[in-house]
Design a binder for this molecule. Structure first.
Ligand SMILES: *[C@@H]1O[C@H](CO)[C@@H](O)[C@H](O)[C@H]1NC(C)=O
Ligand SMILES: *[C@@H]1O[C@H](CO)[C@@H](O)[C@H](O)[C@H]1NC(C)=O
Ligand SMILES: *[C@@H]1O[C@H](CO)[C@@H](O)[C@H](O)[C@H]1NC(C)=O
Ligand SMILES: *[C@@H]1O[C@H](CO)[C@@H](O)[C@H](O)[C@H]1NC(C)=O
Ligand SMILES: *[C@@H]1O[C@H](CO)[C@@H](O)[C@H](O)[C@H]1NC(C)=O
Length: 843
């Protein structure tokens, strides 16, 4: 064995034998609940207690032995149906829906055993003995609540848990409830060998692949989908949660087990999955600053100013794009956040200003784990004001984290949150050119295996909320506080984090935790990010090249090629592996990485438009195939391909030695797919097709009917592309039409809120390209012009082009050239202003 292989071997061994602190279902409250109803009371609905209000119906659930009494409320606001089950009387404050619907509840029928109510097109039948609810949408049975009679609500201090079964009808697959290192389509967990999907944010170290174990983010939204029906459930709490899934014939059975004192959930069912997703999702959409969408470089850890500058310099010298360099805790003075190491980073302001000259940024780690050290101004303030999370005896909790002994900021205390935001003021944290990474914000507590390396559940938040009630939200509370803090110093904050929750702001990427340089880890990053995308966590990415371990050249370049098509594109590697920035590699590898990066940059207008459209329409950015082909059953389990918007299909190469590849192309005989790396060779969407590949790229297809807006001049930053002209790729469909959109603004401020933007539509029909403003009263004067137009499967014998702008005609515009096989036409040397509606006719 060579020295290198021995090194690698030791690393892998360390990795495989690394201690994980993962708990199984049986080791938590889940074990007993999973056996329910054994050991728990069962309930009847007392029909005499039923009351109906304008959009809801409420009643009492009485246990068979008469000892337990629960209050139950169901509320309609189509397309949503919410329900609450609790043992407290006043559930009004918990109403997750406001009644803005025009309809009102109608009591249709009542017998001695059931009550039927309707609300617009929604219907519920409430059964008394035993209690269950059938929900119908447009007269189709879509779900049954407590159909298996496994409802649990236990609120004694000794056992504080809830559980509920919900069965979805007319569906074949289930998705969502990320984050798990598993396939996109959820599996049956009730086979006797599998634990339920677990949602409990913690640092799971060397997690297993194809597993239901919990990682560092938790989003309690689950979707089910079938050929004619889609449904979803939002389980609105942020405590420890387990979810069992069982696939039945044309139905999916779910069982939610949660460490909360009440149940509050929202359901939705519609014929279209996109409709369900536009109302059931987590996180507020947010438009990222442009640089977020470029390429980022991180390692554990760039040691000092000179190293940062030399990384940037090497990217420049090698013509490799770069947006930001990331620094971990070691940029601080001994682990004290909001300070700088005086030797490594003696002049952070100068460094940031120097980077700003070429539109590069620094991203630094900030923790909520604050070093316990007298004289450190942040700690002194937080401890004097009692702003830390406390032990039950009232003392500040101290755990081990990156800086050593640390206490944890209690963001549930509004004054603590306010103080934290002031730390981002320019006086404290000098220079503007700085963005943050909330590393280990699950939060991580090292050497705390008994509590799975996170905060113990019994700790107390202000005023006296046990930590376990809000555990899964902790990471997001810091995110929200940081967002507020950064707003005081800059526009459009960029905040990366590992731990996200349903309250997320989409203010930066979901970083997938410490992955390994293996093909399996590359492969799993696609279903993981697709799953995040479904629930609306928009900017997901896994460390390109893997964090631990050493990738060989083939894996390395494949990862750069594939990673360019996930929303967040960053490489990050461990302290104990040799440096692996792309410029460290051979010219050959470097050329392939560069090509992948340039392809990413060429499509930045597409990414940015999709991010903006998400903020308005809640359409997702990356999408599994079934999102657009919901009736095509073969797409339901595909998670090694993705759609970027509706018009780009990516089939990344996730395995070694691939020379021909089977790619699933959806849509049927009339859907055309153009392979962009093979002279736009056209395929029909009739399922698995063989594509020949080499090491230079991964298969990417444009959909016939789409217009893709690109910027094709290679640049080293996203900022440098802003003034470059656009190229429109018009991909004609079988009826020779195509359409697309483009969003443009200043890429960094909130001036879009004052209507300073362009949202444009393009459509091609009858040999004419139309360009127009979709939002007429918005305008922006900084957009670059369209310079070139490429038409795939173009009309024949085009000899000239005429332009009509405001009824003024221009003839013989630009330069027309057909490719030698006449399958591509390029019109170049235009200078079309995007602000004016135009008609461009090919004659
Ligand atoms: C409801 O009424 C039917 C007949 O109308 C009767 O057979 C049944 O036992 C009743 N159920 C209950 C729970 O009283
Ligand atoms: C970070 O700093 C710690 C403490 O100073 C040191 O032990 C460690 O080696 C440093 N890590 C890197 C990657 O520089
Ligand atoms: C082709 O694209 C045009 C424009 O988007 C659309 O109107 C037309 O329906 C499409 N034809 C087919 C067969 O999809
Ligand atoms: C295009 O031009 C060629 C040669 O001038 C001619 O043979 C052909 O019929 C033309 N095709 C169309 C669609 O007009
Ligand atoms: C581009 O267009 C300009 C005028 O619009 C013309 O002067 C120039 O020669 C054209 N260049 C090419 C390469 O066709």
């Amino acid at each position: 064995m060579t020295k290198e292989t021995i090194f690698l071997f030791i690393l892998i061994l360390q990795f495989l034998t690394g201690v994980t602190s993962r708990k199984t279902c049986d080791e938590t409250f889940c074990g007993k609940l999973r056996k329910s109803p054994e050991g728990y009371p069962r309930y009847n609905l007392d029909l005499s207690t039923i009351i109906t209000e304008d959009n809801g119906i409420a009643g009492d659930l009485i246990s068979h032995d008469g000892l337990y009494n629960l209050k139950f409320t169901i509320l309609f606001e189509p397309p949503l149906v919410a329900f609450i089950i609790a043992n407290i009387v006043d559930v009004k404050g918990m109403n997750p829906l406001r009644n803005t619907a025009a309809d009102s509840l109608k009591l249709e029928k009542s017998t001695n055993e059931t009550i039927t109510v309707t609300f617009g097109t929604e219907k519920a039948i409430l059964y008394s003995k035993p209690f269950k609810i059938e929900l119908y949408s447009e007269n189709q049975l879509v779900s049954v609540i407590n159909g298996n009679n496994r409802l649990v609500v236990q609120t004694s201090p000794a056992e504080l848990v809830t559980a509920l079964d919900v069965v979805f009808h007319g569906v074949q697959q289930a998705y969502g409830i990320p984050l798990h290192a598993d396939n996109l389509a959820l599996r049956t967990t009730t086979d006797g060998r599998t634990d339920p999907y677990r949602l409990y944010n913690h640092n799971n170290g060397q997690y297993q692949l194809k597993s239901t174990e919990a990682l560092h983010s938790s989003m309690p939204v689950l979707y089910t989908h079938g050929k004619g029906r889609s449904s979803g459930i939002f389980w609105s709490d942020v405590a420890h949660l387990w979810v069992d899934i069982t696939h039945g014939y044309d139905e999916i059975e779910t069982y939610f087990m949660s460490k909360t004192p009440y149940i509050a959930a929202t359901l939705c069912s519609r014929p279209s999955i996109v409709d369900v997703m536009s109302v059931l999702y987590v996180a507020t959409p947010n438009l990222p600053p442009y640089f977020a969408l470029g390429y980022h470089q991180s390692r554990n850890s760039y040691a000092n100013e000179n190293e940062v500058l030399s990384v940037v310099d090497n990217f420049n010298k090698n013509n490799l794009p770069l947006e930001s360099v990331w620094l971990d805790t070691n940029h601080t003075d001994n682990g004290k956040y909001f300070t700088w190491d005086p030797i490594r980073f003696p002049n952070p302001v100068r460094l940031q200003n120097q980077l700003a000259l070429e539109n590069r940024f620094l991203v630094v780690t900030i923790g909520q784990h604050i070093k316990v050290e007298k004289g450190y101004f942040v700690h002194d303030e937080l401890s004097a004001k009692r702003f830390y999370i406390r032990n039950p005896d009232g003392s500040d909790y101290v755990g081990d984290s990156l800086p050593g002994d640390s206490s944890y900021i209690d963001f549930y205390n509004p004054s603590a949150l306010e103080y934290y935001t002031t730390l981002f003021s320019l006086e404290t944290f000098k220079a503007r050119n700085l963005h943050v990474f909330l590393d280990l914000n699950e939060p991580t507590v090292f050497k705390n295996g008994h509590y799975e390396n996170t905060l113990p559940p019994y700790l107390l938040h202000s005023p006296s909320i046990p930590h376990h009630f809000l555990h899964n939200a902790f990471g997001s509370t810091q995110l929200i506080a940081t967002f507020e803090g950064l707003l005081k110093r800059q526009e459009r904050p960029f905040i990366a984090a590992r731990s996200h929750s349903l309250y997320d702001l989409n203010a930066g990427p979901q970083i997938i935790e410490d992955n390994f340089a293996s093909w399996e880890h590359l492969e799993i990053s696609f279903p993981m990010c697709l799953s995040e995308s479904l629930v609306n966590i928009n900017m997901c990415g896994a460390n390109v090249g893997g964090f631990a371990g050493i990738p060989d050249d083939e894996l390395y370049q494949r990862w750069y090629q594939a990673g360019a098509w996930l929303p967040f594109y960053r490489a990050h590697f461990a302290a104990d592996v040799p440096p692996r920035e792309p410029y460290m590699y051979s010219e050959q590898v470097k050329a392939r990485v560069r090509r992948a990066m340039y392809q990413r940059y060429a499509h930045l207008p597409v990414w940015y438009t999709l991010f903006w459209e998400n903020t308005i329409f809640l359409t997702r950015i990356i999408r599994p195939l079934f999102y657009h082909y919901p009736h095509e059953e073969a797409t339901f389990t595909i998670d090694n391909e993705l759609l970027l918007g509706a018009n780009i299909l990516v089939a990344p190469i996730l395995k070694r030695d691939v020379y021909l590849m089977s790619v699933y192309l959806p849509g049927g005989e009339n859907e055309l797919w153009y392979n962009i790396d093979d002279n736009f060779k056209v395929f029909r969407g009739i399922g698995q097709r063989i594509v020949y590949v080499n090491l230079d790229s991964v298969p990417v297809f444009y959909r016939g009917g789409g217009i893709i807006v690109r910027k094709d001049i290679p640049r080293l930053t996203s900022a440098a592309t802003v003034k470059d002209p656009y190229t429109l790729y018009i991909c004609l469909n079988t009826t020779n039409g195509a359409s697309g959109t483009l969003y443009v603004d200043d890429y960094k401020t909130y001036s879009f809120a004052e209507n300073k933007f362009l949202y444009l539509g393009f459509s091609f029909s009858g040999n004419t390209l139309y360009g127009y403003k979709i939002i007429k009263d918005a305008d922006y004067d900084g957009a670059a012009p369209i310079e070139d137009i490429v038409i795939l499967r173009p009309p024949k014998n085009i000899t000239r082009v005429s332009l009509n702008v405001r009824s003024i005609f221009y003839d013989n515009l630009g330069t027309i050239a057909y490719s030698s096989d006449r399958k591509v036409l390029k019109l170049s040397n235009l200078s079309l202003d995007l602000r004016e509606p135009f008609e461009l006719t090919f004659i």
